[in-house]
Design a binder for this molecule. Sequence first.
Ligand code: NAD
Length: 257
Amino acid sequence: MDLDASVDRSMDGKVALVTGGGQGLGYDIAHAFADQGARLVLTGRVQEKLDTRAAGLREAGAEVLALAGDVRFRATADDAVAKTLDAFGRIDVLVNNAQTLSMPVPLIEQDDTLMEGIIQSGLFGTIYFMQAAYPALCRQGGAVINLGSGQGIVGGWGTASYAAAKEGIRAVSKVAAREWGENGIKVNTICPGAWGESMDIWFEDKPEELEAMLAQSPLGRFADGYKDVGGLAVFLAGPDCFMTGQTFHIDGGQLMP
Ligand SMILES: NC(=O)c1ccc[n+]([C@@H]2O[C@H](COP(=O)([O-])OP(=O)(O)OC[C@H]3O[C@@H](n4cnc5c(N)ncnc54)[C@H](O)[C@@H]3O)[C@@H](O)[C@H]2O)c1
């Protein structure tokens, strides 16, 4: 993998912290920020996986810190922010992407283990990282990009805890956008419709559902994690973005709420 030298490196000198950056959209978003010149902090649960991803980005010229930790715990966020400041001295962009997922489970069967895993990783993790990064973001202004989901907006079958976490994240994003605008911090939510590693599992036994989903997309495909979702995240973090508190559906028009 080579960083794309033909693009305007709008993130030169900036530092972006991406949670759940060892795979899937988190890695794709991190890769997009690296291509634009950002220094990166990748967090996730498995150090080895993060190290492999970080090594690839470093080979392509990026400066990367890889930090293992579980976002369900406040200490993980505090530690990641402290280590980021030690290594790079600033934080310009926070991408709250980490999220524990599950197969669909009817609301009536959702137990505490399932609920805690999903809601703590998504909603609590997002809040912990936002709170921890806030003082650093305040120094020069910056951007928080949180990952929501269309499943929360439409009330996807079997997604009660996930939908609650994702709608909670959208609500907190709007509150923070209002409270932190005066600090020059933009806070937005991306709801992707992208092909991800998790979707291989989700649709494994239901190709018909996959086809039906694609049929609902006016543009007829899923978003590309790097180009579409990463590109949008870079734009939202850049100087030309005058939007905050908004939700962006990057799904080829599948959802038009
Ligand atoms: N792929 C899509 O189209 C789609 C659609 C809607 C929302 N999303 C959201 O986008 C984000 C990325 O999704 P993805 O498809 O790449 O899924 P993914 O499962 O590939 O990635 C999720 C990442 O979060 C990490 N993670 C999970 N629990 C964690 C924890 N407790 N602590 C630290 N890290 C943890 C995982 O290790 C993984 O790296 C998620 O927030 C997801 O809800 C994705």
